[in-house]
Design a protein around this ligand. Structure first.
Ligand code: GDP
Ligand code: MG
Length: 441
């Protein structure tokens, strides 16, 4: 695949913005990569369509080919799609005893994951955990959990023959309250296929326990099937997160993307082996790299972007040192302020600005002002921007009018520009370090 890709990239070497053609050619390869990673076809399709819209017209970093740039955009988009809200590893376990319900098909790794998570809660958060097996179909399954419990030093609810899952859940709840457990985990029975009885049983247990977390355990090696299972479980039981097991296998993890796109549920953990420590919180970056299988290209583009940014900062610093701070630079600063969350985000980030902040506030400078000031600069000609000294009365009138503002607004902007130019000059003398910290990198 890599070879095929570099072939495509060799053919695409022109610079500038990504054309529709560039994007389409590169995305054809990306599509193959996604399908090879076991992303389901409809998900791969809609994902690519989405990226196609975003990528067309995007800028190409110097020394990078359009194809490589597309891969980077795809990679970033994958991460954004895979990432759920909040911290995937933070289980909701306030209000002890907090119930955690584990559901999923037989063999997906529920029992193993229950014990792995119990161990984590015990060791990392110092929680007192009780585990209970509700798998009445297979007596061996209950013993399996008891043995794992002994291995990791976590209590399991004693086995009482003849009880049904709901009775066990009730007993676990009572026991957890009485004995002061922080968390009790209910490891349910699975089946090879999802069916009405399995769902009904899980729903009955859910109604008794009222779980804070319902984690669906899914074999990460099963592609589309996993997604169907997840949709069904979420519709009928309601899940708060997904655990993908067997991610230590050689599958490329495409199920993760399908799962996110179709169910919208956050992936919380990944299982990476049979051992009790073989579990990690879900990291979208890692899975994205694996799904795409183009880590080299992504790293290359990131490096090029970093180099370019460093070069730009260097160039700017040199100019500032010479006292050259023109309207384009000011616009760059204003754009950056907007990007960094307006005035609030900006204050204190630039050495020059921090001192000026009071002055700026007094002058009534807020986020709306930033937008208006950018409009004023945009209303200037190229020459005027490069050399604000050109701005005499008639030019000022034209510029203000063009931006739908008053000459007095423009004068304020010019005053601010002069103050900043002064600050920059001083800063330039302080040297590169100060400037980089100043957020110009
Ligand atoms: P359950 O039927 O859903 O409770 O599944 P089990 O927890 O009993 O797991 C079934 C098998 O899968 C066991 O042999 C586990 O050791 C194995 N297993 C579970 N999770 C993982 C994992 O993340 N990686 C690997 N390689 N094996 C796993
Ligand atoms: Mg089990």
């Amino acid at each position: 695949l890599s070879e095929r890709l570099s072939g495509v990239f060799d053919r695409l070497t022109k610079q500038g913005a990504l054309s529709e053609d560039d994007v389409r050619t590169a995305l054809r390869e990306v599509r193959v990569a996604l399908l090879e990673a076991d992303v389901s076809l409809p998900v791969a399709r809609s994902f690519i369509k989405n990226v196609e819209k975003k990528a067309t017209g995007a800028a190409v970093t110097k020394s990078i080919t359009p194809g490589q740039q597309v891969v980077k955009i795809v990679h970033d988009e994958l991460i954004a799609t895979l990432r759920g809200e909040g911290d995937p590893g933070a289980l909701k376990i306030d209000n002890p005893p907090a119930p955690i319900l584990m559901v999923g098909l037989q063999g997906s790794g529920k029992t193993t994951t229950t014990a792995k998570l119990a161990k984590r809660l015990k060791e990392r958060e110092g929680k007192k955990v009780l585990m209970a097996s509700l798998d009445t179909n297979r007596p061996a399954a209950m013993e399996q959990l008891a043995i794992l419990g002994m291995q990791i030093g976590v209590d399991t609810l004693p086995i009482v023959p003849g009880e049904d899952p709901v009775q066990i859940a009730k007993r676990a709840k009572t026991q957890a309250s009485l004995a002061g457990y922080d968390v009790y985990m209910l490891d349910t029975a699975g089946r090879l296929h999802i069916d009405a009885e399995l769902i009904a049983q899980a729903a009955a247990v859910r109604d008794v326990a009222n779980p804070r977390e319902t984690l669906l355990v899914v074999d990460g090696l099963t592609g589309q099937d996993a997604v169907n299972v997840a949709t069904e479980f979420d519709d009928k039981i309601g899940v708060t997160g997904v655990v993908l097991t067997r991610m230590d296998g050689d599958g490329r993890g495409g199920a993760a993307l399908s799962m996110r796109e179709i169910t919208g549920k956050p992936i919380r953990f990944v299982g990476l082996g049979e051992k009790m420590d073989a579990i990690e919180t879900f990291e979208p970056e890692r899975i994205a790299g694996r799904i795409l299988g183009m880590g080299d290209i992504v790293a290359l583009v990131e490096k090029a972007q970093e180099t370019l940014e460093a070069e730009q900062a260097e160039r700017m610093m040199k100019r500032f040192q010479k006292g050259q701070f023109n309207m384009n630079d000011l616009k760059g600063q204003l754009d950056q302020m907007q990007k960094m969350g307006g005035m609030q985000g900006m204050m204190g980030m630039m050495p020059g600005m921090a001192k000026m902040s009071k002055q700026i506030e007094e002058a009534g400078f807020d986020d709306k002002t930033i937008v208006r000031q950018i409009a004023l600069i945009q209303s200037m000609t190229k020459r005027e921007r490069a050399n604000p000294a050109l701005l005499q009365a008639s030019r000022k009138k034209r510029i203000a009018k063009g931006a739908g503002q008053e000459v007095s607004d423009l004068n304020k902007l010019l005053k601010m520009h002069r103050q900043m130019a002064d600050a920059m000059k001083k800063m330039g003398k302080m040297g590169k370090k100060g400037l980089m910290r100043g957020g110009l990198g």
